[in-house]
Write a protein that binds this ligand. Sequence first.
Ligand code: DX5
Ligand code: ZN
Length: 226
Amino acid sequence: MLDLNAKPDRPLVAASILSADFGYMIRDCREVLGKGADLLHVDVMDGHFAQNLTMGQDMIRALRRHLPDTVLDVHLMVERPGDYIDDFAKAGASNFTFHLEVHHGDDARALIDRIKDAGMTVGMAINPATPPDGLAPFLDLLDVVLVMSVVPGASGQSFMPEVLPKTQWAAQRVGDKTRVEMDGGLSPTTAPAAAAAGCDMMVTASALFGSDDRADVIRALHESAP
Ligand code: DX5
Ligand code: ZN
């Protein structure tokens, strides 16, 4: 299985299943993995932190059963991520990312420990409007820093270039073992700016699943680094 702690020589492509056809979920996942996507990104929303209801542990379990060797990068846009650590670990999640907006300070430190104890890698996500300072105490403990380039809630929104300085801020401070992920509005057009800012893990939903040539989108993201 892909090791998220190994610095990649080109940006990793995380296919966000939010834009897959839910009626053909495993078929769509196999297709994009076969065309070069490095991992799957699973967006969990609770209708409170983000105004949408998406999926949970049963989807993770099904993905894990059918795709035993695929990294499942689970992004929790929920108010109480701590409620899901054990269930998601058992279901087969690989990486568990929660938002700085719901857990910070000592509270976040405790959550990071629990996620690691459950056997998952850990990420912290930050919304476009949130300043990055709250991430600083945790950078050495994180496997993934996730910079949101849209307001969480839905696929298909426009990339917000104003978060690029925050991406650069994170990329300059993390060690080789930590990935700098961006999520929202990434496409062959916007990916070069993300890569130039230091993003080495790119989430894509609508640009990938909405394309007639998915292999070409994946290739463009892989080749977007300067
Ligand atoms: C947004 C989700 C994203 C979303 C990305 O709230 O966290 O992962 O699926 O969708 P696109 O790539 O279409 O912006
Ligand atoms: Zn996401």
